[in-house]
Design a protein around this ligand. Structure first.
Ligand code: GUN
Length: 291
């Protein structure tokens, strides 16, 4: 079994971006600037946003976090998005999800100007990606594709099973794997909560991508010998023996599945760091548009 080391590959990607920042600076341009809107105080969201800010400063990007209380009205949030859309100092920005229930995600996502939508959530970016046109690809699927590429995992003609159909991961992941390019050209099955015979379908997977948000859902008996297993899950499971009172676990039962897989991503240290690196890559693409 070979570990797909997202920590190591994300470091490579970030080093490349850092070199690009230095080149921009040497040519008299300002560095890329990412802004994040964070509403409320969801513990996981705060952790992710802190990690994004830290990653920005490590490679010389500017970053700004705009915090709002959970009671913020949708109108005020949309106004903040309009301000960022118009602010020429900001190259790209994201609105961290989930948002409070009184705010409509779709309306918020559609308000972000597509050329600053480094999350790749806007329908224009999703649509362009689906058509194989230039677009921001959302960070988690983008990071996974990058990981497959850098480990030279064969994808052509392979059966790729994607567990989960969310707009953020499962949906775009499936589109990318069936694209007529590398990585891609896979035969893709999207399985979800209503899928029948899930185990039989998973057993057919040459590449299994688990993004369902259920701790250790994928067990050894669901995985074919020699499969490539990508674990997108980041689940907090109560663990009184840990200082924080919880531990992080993926959607895959790593200790047993890793005995069967040819390649597997760990949690943490797999898809998570790739997601952050890919957001930084998108921000560089956005920043280059002004050069
Ligand atoms: N919440 C969980 N993942 C993401 C992401 O990739 N982007 C945003 N904006 N929110 C998230």
């Amino acid at each position: 079994m070979m570990l797909l080391d997202g920590k190591e590959i994300s470091k490579q990607l970030k080093d490349e971006l850092k070199a690009e920042v230095n080149e921009m600076l040497a040519n008299g341009y300002r560095p890329p600037h990412l802004a994040v809107i964070l509403v409320g105080s969801n513990a996981a969201s705060e952790t992710y946003v802190n990690a994004k800010v830290k990653a920005c400063s490590a490679i010389g990007y500017e970053s700004s976090v705009i915090n709002f209380p959970p009671e913020i009205t949708q109108e005020m949030l949309l106004q903040a998005i309009d301000d960022l859309n118009e602010n020429e100092e900001i190259d790209g920005f994201i609105v961290q999800l989930p948002l409070p229930n009184h705010i409509d995600d779709k309306t918020v996502i559609e308000r972000v100007m597509p050329k600053k939508d480094v999350d790749g959530f806007h329908p224009i970016n999703v649509g362009k990606m689906a058509l194989g046109l230039d677009a921001f690809i959302s960070a988690t699927p983008g990071g996974i594709v990058e990981l497959l590429k850098r480990y030279e995992i064969e994808t052509e003609g392979k059966h790729c099973v994607v567990l989960g159909r969310s707009n953020i991961v499962g949906g775009p992941m499936a589109m990318l794997m069936r694209r007529n390019t590398y990585p891609g050209n896979s035969t893709v099955t999207v399985a979800h909560s209503r899928t029948k015979n899930l185990k039989q379908i998973c057993l057919q997977a040459d590449i299994l991508i688990a993004a369902i948000g259920k701790p250790e859902f994928v067990t050894e008996d669901m995985v074919k010998e020699g499969a490539v297993v990508i674990d997108v899950g980041i689940n907090r499971v109560d663990d009184p023996s840990r200082e924080k009172g919880y531990r992080l676990t993926g959607d895959v039962d790593f200790s047993n599945v890793s005995k069967k897989a040819s390649h597997i991503t760990p949690v943490p240290g797999g898809v998570g760091p790739m997601t952050i690196a890919y957001l930084l890559k998108n921000t560089m693409i956005a920043a280059r548009k002004r050069l």
